[in-house]
Design a binder for this molecule. Structure first.
Ligand code: ACO
Length: 179
C-alpha cells in the first residue's frame, strides 16, 4: 500500500487538474488534495471507497496497472465525456472520496450539453467534513466550465437533504427498467 503522497506531476491524470475550480481546491483542508482520477488510483483504494455507495467488487486486472514509469500513459484518459475525480489523504496517499460527472451532448437546445453527476462516495471515517460538498462543487464547476446548461443527478430520498445543501432542487422523477 502506498504511503508517501504522490504529486500530480508524477501521475497519469484522466484530464487536466485545472478543470477543477481553484476555489474548491483552495477551501479543502490542508491534509487533503482534490484531483482527477489517475491510472494508478486502484492502488490507493479507489474501489473500496465506492463500497459505501453500493456493491463495488474488485474489477481485477482492468484497473490494476503496475504503478511503474513504464505504465504512465497507459492508464485511463478522459475521452472528454467522463470526468472522474478523487480526494486523496496526504498522510497516507489513499483515496477518501470520489465522484464523476459525464457530459451528454444533446440534439436539442442548439446542440447543448448536460452534465450528469454519478457515484459520489466519501469514506465513512471522513463523512461529515464537507468532502461530499467539495466533490459536488468540483463536478458542477467542471460541468459549467465545459458549457453545460444544467447538471443533474439521481439519488435516494435519504440523500435529498445533502443535495439540497449542495444547491440542487428536486425536479421530475427517475424511471427504471429493472433487469
Ligand atoms: N441527510 C441530511 N443532511 C446531510 C446528509 C444526509 N444524508 N448527508 C450530508 N448532509 C449535510 C451535512 O450535514 C452538511 O450540512 P451542513 O452544511 O449544514 O453542515 C452538508 O450536507 C454537506 O455534507 P458533507 O459533509 O459534505 O457530506 P459528506 O462528506 O458526508 O458526503 C455523502 C455526503 C456523499 C452522501 C456521504 O455521506 C456518502 O458517501 N454516503 C454514502 C454513499 C452515497 O449515498 N452517495 C451518494 C449517492 S447519489 C449519487 O451518487 C448521485
Amino acid at each position: 500500500m502506498a504511503t508517501a503522497f504522490t504529486e500530480d506531476k508524477d501521475l497519469d491524470l484522466a484530464f487536466p487538474a485545472e478543470f477543477i475550480p481553484a476555489e474548491v481546491r483552495a477551501v479543502l483542508p490542508e491534509d487533503l488534495h482534490i484531483r482527477p482520477l489517475s491510472s494508478t488510483d486502484y492502488h490507493r483504494g479507489h474501489i473500496p471507497v465506492l463500497s459505501v455507495l453500493t456493491h463495488a467488487p474488485d474489477p481485477g486486472g482492468l484497473l490494476r496497472p503496475t504503478p511503474t514509469p513504464a505504465n504512465i500513459g497507459r492508464g485511463f484518459k478522459s475521452n472528454q465525456v467522463y470526468f472522474p475525480i478523487v480526494i486523496v489523504s496526504k498522510a497516507n496517499d489513499q483515496v477518501v472520496g470520489t465522484g464523476t460527472v459525464f457530459m451528454e451532448k444533446k440534439f436539442l437546445r442548439g446542440l447543448s450539453t448536460v452534465g450528469h453527476i454519478e457515484d459520489i462516495a466519501v469514506d465513512k471515517n471522513q463523512q461529515g467534513k464537507k468532502l461530499g460538498l467539495r466533490i459536488i462543487q468540483a463536478l458542477t464547476g467542471i460541468s459549467e466550465g465545459l458549457g453545460a446548461y444544467k447538471t443533474i443527478l439521481n439519488c435516494s430520498d435519504h440523500n435529498i437533504p445533502f443535495y439540497e445543501k449542495c444547491g440542487f432542487s428536486k425536479k421530475e422523477n427517475e424511471m427504471v427498467w429493472p433487469f
